[in-house]
Write a protein that binds this ligand. Structure first.
Ligand code: ADP
Ligand code: MG
Length: 309
């Protein structure tokens, strides 16, 4: 069976566990579960988020003197693919070795073509990085052309578009790696977004949702299962409200209805649910959403929420 497994950026590095040691621990625990699955003979492709990590890098760049040029967003995403990809590859190989499996992981810096025709996707809506004062925001918007929006929690945050992914450029490379017996780690942070302009593919100042990019990759690879690992035990109805109910199983039809009722906010559970619906509808196979710490059981369908037709 070919299983595409997406790891949440927040699950790797939450705001209260920011240290490098904490990241290694979270990644190693997840890779221990993944290695169990590989040891059973399954093929696996890993993807990961990067929200907290890309925010951290942008913050670090901003502490440079104003006279220093800042790396662009596509470069920051590429850096997080190396950063998190390396941690996953290193931890996974160690866990595989413990289980007597001789397989290598390969990090694939991944580019994603985004839909440039959908005006909705080009609205700068997704806040990234930290909050700035009005003065700082004015300087940066003049210098860098960044767009800022007032943050309800105070200050101003940079907002970027989050267009829909339409094609993963490295899909053939990833297939070839699978054929060769490697474990590809790809589409980190949703991939580096590219759009066609004047007949050429160029990086754009946007971010792609990692769940949507991972689902697209899973469909393009014709995976048998798509698994989304995050920092909650699955999909809940009335999340954190009266009558909170965790779903063990759901059909795409049920989920679509709940999605339209606004049960799953954009930017967190919304894209995960949508990604699963897309995968199940395109392939007829199952998807699972659950906690990173239960990775093995979620992959097996024994924990979390399983979504089928
Ligand atoms: P990741 O980094 O894994 O992508 P996100 O923060 O984007 O994580 O999404 C996971 C979060 O979604 C959970 O921490 C939870 O707070 C939130 N969430 C919102 N609505 C729901 C819901 N209906 N059921 C479960 N979790 C939800
Ligand atoms: Mg997310």
């Amino acid at each position: 069976m070919l299983i595409v497994i997406a790891l949440g950026g927040n699950a790797i590095q939450s705001s209260d566990r920011r240290g490098v040691e904490d990241q290694w621990r979270a990644v190693s625990n997840a890779m221990a579960s993944v290695s169990e699955v590989i040891a059973e003979g399954h093929s696996v492709v890993l993807t990961h988020g990067n929200g907290p990590q890309v925010g951290f890098l942008l913050e670090a760049f901003d502490s440079l003197p104003m006279t220093e040029p800042r790396p662009t967003l596509d470069l920051a995403v590429a850096m997080t693919q190396g950063w998190i990809g390396f941690m996953m590859a290193h931890a996974l190989e160690r866990e595989l070795t413990k289980r007597g499996v001789r397989k290598r992981a390969v990090v694939v810096p991944t580019r994603v073509i985004v839909n440039s025709d959908d005006p909705q996707g080009w609205k700068p809506t997704k806040p990234i990085g930290r909050s700035y004062t009005r003065e700082e925001a004015e300087v940066l918007s003049k210098r860098m052309g960044w767009i800022f929006k007032e943050d309800p929690r105070g200050g101003y945050r940079r907002v970027v578009p989050s267009p829909m992914p339409v094609k993963i450029l490295e899909v053939d490379t990833i297939s070839a790696l699978l054929q060769g017996g490697f474990v590809p780690i790809a589409a980190g942070g949703g991939g580096i977004p590219l759009a066609r302009s004047n007949g050429e593919l160029r990086p754009v100042e946007a971010v792609v949702d990692k769940d949507l990019a991972s689902s697209l990759l899973a469909v393009e690879l014709r995976a048998d299962k798509f698994v989304v690992l995050t920092d909650v035990g699955g999909v809940a109805i009335n999340y954190k409200r009266l009558g909170e109910t965790w779903l063990r199983r759901a059909s795409t039809k049920e989920l679509r209805k709940l999605y339209e009722e606004g049960q799953f906010p954009p930017g967190s559970m919304g894209p995960k649910v949508l990604s699963c619906i897309k995968f199940v509808e395109a392939t007829g196979k199952e998807c699972a959403i659950g906690h990173l710490e239960d990775a093995y059981r979620v992959i097996k369908g024994e924990a979390g929420t399983t979504i089928g037709e």
